[in-house]
Design a protein around this ligand. Structure first.
Ligand code: NDP
Length: 401
């Protein structure tokens, strides 16, 4: 009852599959399928060399529901782990419903022609999963994923109510390239160039992309510029922690990255509107992705650390308190263990943990679930055991911005 079918063979998948293979007490047969089988075979080879575990590989186009359903029928996994792209989420959920299989992903559905991160499309599957007696777990990466688990841990153990929540995502790593993204460039650039949105007094407040900046001193990384952004866990956090007055998400970017991004935006290279080029339609952002380094190739050169965490202010026993929970992950350590840099590592490990908790029944339910709906403690314990240790600090007071 522990077999998994993992879809997608990028950096996140590579980490998750290495970690699954490293923990045979948690996972039985592992099958890895993606659009291009040679990428699955390369991961399988690395897993074999590092841990002596054999995994099966297959080719599948996850946009083709019938083909994916057929593969699931052949493999008969207990759980499908979707580590392809957000575009595939609904098709893979349909294939799971067709075949009576549980589902997990790390990013919410996004239509190709509209850069809009929104859980609604997947929440609409609630009745179908519930009626079929199946479970879907959404967003089991780091952010979304661990950041929601951190918030629920704070709410369970440290504060009675949360008034404000800030999620701070810092990548202090340097890959030595002029311009590259640490996960899928198309998804990454769509996310960063979208207007910023945060939750305040019961409504969404929108501001222009990258227009609000603060400097923050990150443990083991140093002072960095971070920018207010929209990020998908804000939607589920606002739903499941209804007392919150304000929830914001911040991400750090270096000057060089932003200068390149600005130029690319100014010349139209980040657009998702199709254009005609030499008689055929192309999407500029997809062309840009094709010329940028693949994130999975950045591991060999990336040095430095990531630091991602939550700062929450609220009441405890009638007194206002502020807590900061975060993880620091080293790019070179992540690479040594799995052959991938820390951005893939910090996503792939929580995907493995979410899958393990579903397979052993610790996190169980019928329907479509977000991370906030389960007990954070077993997930927090597994983060400590599987390479993403966290720490908690009480701060002197709330953030001053
Ligand atoms: P990559 O682009 O490196 O990998 C995506 C993989 O999916 C590739 O192997 C790709 O195939 C495969 N794929 C794409 N389309 C299809 C398809 N139609 N059928 C089958 N396979 C397909 O991305 P990452 O590994 O960086 O990211 C994976 C996921 O993780 C994304 O959804 C991303 O948004 C999410 N993510 C979540 C984070 C979090 O913290 N929650 C953080 C970072 C990422 P091919 O190799 O042929 O291109």
């Amino acid at each position: 009852m522990k077999d998994v079918l993992v879809i997608g063979a990028g950096g996140v998948s590579s980490v998750a599959v290495h970690k699954m293979a490293k923990n045979p007490e948690l996972f039985g047969k592992i099958t890895l399928a993606s659009r291009r089988q040679f990428k699955c075979d390369a991961i399988a080879e690395s897993v074999k060399q590092r841990f002596g575990v054999t995994i099966d590989t297959a080719q599948v186009d996850a946009d083709d529901v019938a083909a994916t359903s057929k593969l699931i029928e052949q493999v008969k996994p207990n759980l499908l782990v979707n580590l392809a792209l957000p575009y595939q989420d609904l098709n893979l959920m349909d294939a799971c419903l067709n075949t009576g299989t549980d589902y997990l992903d790390t990013a919410n559905y996004e239509p190709r022609d509209e850069a809009r991160f929104h859980y609604g499309w997947q929440w609409d599957y609630q009745d179908r999963f519930k009626n079929a007696g199946l479970m879907a777990l959404l967003g089991s990466g780091f952010d979304p994923g661990v950041t929601s688990v951190f918030a629920m841990y704070i709410k369970k153990h440290l504060l009675d109510t949360i008034r404000t929540l800030d999620i701070l995502d810092c990548n202090g790593g340097d890959h030595g390239q002029h311009f590259a993204t640490n996960f899928n460039p198309e998804i990454n650039i769509r996310e960063i160039t979208a207007p910023a949105r945060h939750w305040e007094n019961g409504e969404w407040v929108e501001t222009p992309a990258l227009s609000t900046r603060q400097v923050f001193e990150f443990d083991q990384v140093g002072a960095k510029n971070m920018y207010l952004m929209y990020h998908e866990e804000l939607e589920s956090l606002a739903k499941f922690i209804p007392e919150m007055e304000r929830a914001r998400f911040w991400m750090t970017f270096g000057e060089q990255y932003l200068t390149h991004l600005r130029v690319l935006q100014n010349v139209g290279m980040t657009s998702i509107e199709p254009i005609m080029f030499e008689g055929r339609e192309i999407v500029p952002l997809q062309f840009l992705k094709a010329v940028l380094p693949e994130p999975s190739t950045l591991g060999t050169t990336t040095k430095g650390k990531t630091n991602i965490g939550d700062i929450a202010t609220g009441m405890k026993d009638g007194e206002e308190k502020t807590f900061y929970v975060y993880n620091v992950c080293d790019h070179e350590d992540a690479f040594e263990e799995t052959g991938n840099q820390a951005v893939s590592y910090t996503t792939g490990v929580p995907a493995m943990i979410g899958a393990a908790l579903m397979l052993n029944g610790t996190w169980r339910g019928e329907g479509v679930f977000n991370m906030e709906q389960f007990d954070p403690d077993p997930f927090m314990d597994m983060l400590n055991q599987h390479g993403l240790p966290w720490q908690v600090h009480e701060l002197d007071g709330p953030l001053k911005f």
